[in-house]
Design a protein around this ligand. Structure first.
Ligand code: SAM
Length: 295
């Protein structure tokens, strides 16, 4: 199935024209996806080829096992991985957006496309990987997610990696998108993190980070436990905030009810006072009125 922004088949355009048209069409797709879901799309245009190549250079294509790409979008990193010599059958793409999935299937024959949530890899890739992965390459917009989701992603990714496997992630930020240290706490996970030089030719400039587990499976378990702890703390923090908010609301409601009662009492008292003040005048009026009636 073709979308309206694909170039027409057999148009006889030159390759340069075709590449320009494809880039333009991808920009349009991205902007559309960004409008529909800015948080998940995370960028208004696809990564440039210099960034895509910098990511692809981080993987060893000779290492055994599949390579999983998370958040491929329109496929610039997929393209770079294939150009690096990775066989299409070894590549598994996990993409959330169904329109991007259809495009990727059309654009990269032989590559497996899974439509699903990359932040829940255990479920999304259940029964998909036949061997430990050589690498996981991610373009997910991690900075839009809380620390606990990023740490869970790291643990899930490490669980899927074979020995010497690597998780590759790009970021527009200056620090590691996977938190390495919490203020006042010891280093959280047992992993190494290595950043590339900024890729200045990408707009905006970006860095590529490579994460590797340090101590094998035991460290993965520690990472997972710590990720759960961070999640639990975030959860208990939320419960505490909700509790305090409810207390504030109840306090405000009580104050308002008290003010309403006070106003009501004051209004009634004023009415009584007015009635008392008026009574002699009313009596006088009554007395004046009575002889008139008799006449
Ligand atoms: C910043 S874009 C990167 C796209 C592409 N790799 C590139 O470099 O141009 C992020 C991509 O991640 C996808 N994405 C966001 N959240 C996701 C999730 N939970 N699971 C899978 N894909 C997700 C988005 O649909 C989008 O295609």
């Amino acid at each position: 199935m073709r979308t309206q922004i694909d170039p027409p088949e057999g148009s006889g355009r030159s390759r340069a024209n075709g590449a320009f048209h494809q880039r333009f069409a991808d920009e349009a797709r991205f902007i559309k996806a960004w409008f529909e879901n800015p948080g998940a799309t995370g960028a208004v245009s696809p990564s440039g080829r210099f960034l895509a190549r910098a990511m692809a250079r981080c993987i060893n294509v000779d290492a055994p096992g599949p390579v999983v790409e998370l958040g491929p979008g329109t496929g610039p990193v997929t393209q770079a991985l294939l150009q690096r010599g990775l066989a299409p059958e070894r590549l598994i793409l996990v993409e959330y957006d169904p329109a991007f999935c259809r495009l990727l299937e059309r654009r990269f024959p032989g590559v497996r496309v899974i439509q699903g949530d990359a932040y829940d890899l255990a479920t999304t890739l259940k029964g998909v990987l036949e061997a430990p992965a050589a690498a996981i390459v991610s373009s997910l917009p991690l900075l839009n997610r809380p620390d606990c989701d990023r740490l869970t992603l790291l643990s899930d990714a490490f669980d899927l990696l074979g020995p010497n496997g690597v998780l590759v992630q790009f970021t527009y930020g200056v620090t590691s998108p996977i938190p390495r240290r919490k203020p006042g706490e010891e280093t959280i996970p047992h992993f190494s993190a290595e950043a590339s030089q900024p890729v200045w030719l990408n707009l905006p400039p970006a860095r590529v980070w490579c994460y590797r587990p340090l101590d094998g499976p035991a460290a993965c378990k520690v990472n997972r436990a710590k990720a759960m702890m961070v999640k639990f703390r975030a959860g208990s923090g939320r419960v505490k905030d909700e509790f305090l908010e409810t207390c504030d609301r109840i306090e405000t409601e009580i104050r308002l009810a008290r003010d309403r009662v006070r106003l009501d009492i004051e209004r009634r008292a004023a009415r009584v006072r007015a009635a008392r003040t008026m009574r002699p005048a009313m009596d006088l009026l009554r007395r004046i009125g009575e002889p008139r009636k008799r006449r």
